[in-house]
Design a protein. Structure first.
Length: 201
């Protein structure tokens, strides 16, 4: 109720719109997870060169680790990062990194820390982690503040869905390209990532 005695519905309308867009992003992310895990299970050889110094299997490992770490941040749990790179423990409070300059080194160390390169195993990991993440989203509020990857940076909880969508879309393409497969980046994935980045940054 405003000071003039007129009830305002705008905050609820904005919240409902945010919930709707977050649900659309989750739906797009579910579809991408299905595509990428099916792709991984269809590839036998993890050795083709992919991105930079990483081969296909290492990109798949990185994606599986993103699916462990980012949902962990969404539930305020740093354990997935600390298990992969123990030297991160306690260095940045409620975030894994002190600054973005540490991101490249952390991802390289994390991929090296786990020798698993069986693409079927990595697909299973992604699928399980995705199911757990989507279950945790049920009933959650998209605008709940959460610490992000860098100390002192706070984001809405919904941003982790868009971050995961970006990781899954782009590395799905990297994996398919390395395997010599054609790979379409779906319009909804491009639009969701672009819209969220525009609104947040």
């Amino acid at each position: 109720m405003s000071s003039t005695g007129v009830r305002s519905y705008r905050p609820r309308m904005v919240l409902d719109a945010t919930k709707t867009s977050w649900q659309q992003a989750q739906d797009a992310l579910r579809a991408e997870v299905r595509r990428v895990t099916a792709l991984l299970r269809s590839i036998q050889d993890p050795r083709p060169a992919a991105v930079g110094q990483w081969n296909l299997g290492e990109v798949a490992m990185h994606l599986s680790q993103a699916w462990a770490g980012l949902p962990g941040l969404a539930r305020q749990d740093l354990a997935p990062f600390q298990e992969l790179v123990p030297s991160l423990t306690g260095v940045a409070g409620d975030a894994p990194l002190r600054n973005l300059d540490e991101l490249g080194g952390m991802t390289v160390l994390a991929v090296k820390s786990d020798p698993e390169r069986d693409l079927g195993v990595l697909a299973d990991r992604i699928e399980i982690q995705a199911q757990e993440y989507f279950s945790a989203c049920v009933g959650a509020q998209p605008q709940t503040p959460r610490p992000w990857m860098v100390r002192g940076v706070t984001v809405d909880q919904s941003l982790f869905t868009y971050h995961l969508l970006n990781e899954t879309v782009m590395h799905g393409y990297d994996i398919a390209h390395a395997a010599g497969r054609r790979w379409q980046i779906e319009q909804i994935g491009r639009a969701s990532c672009r819209e969220e980045c525009r609104s947040r940054w």
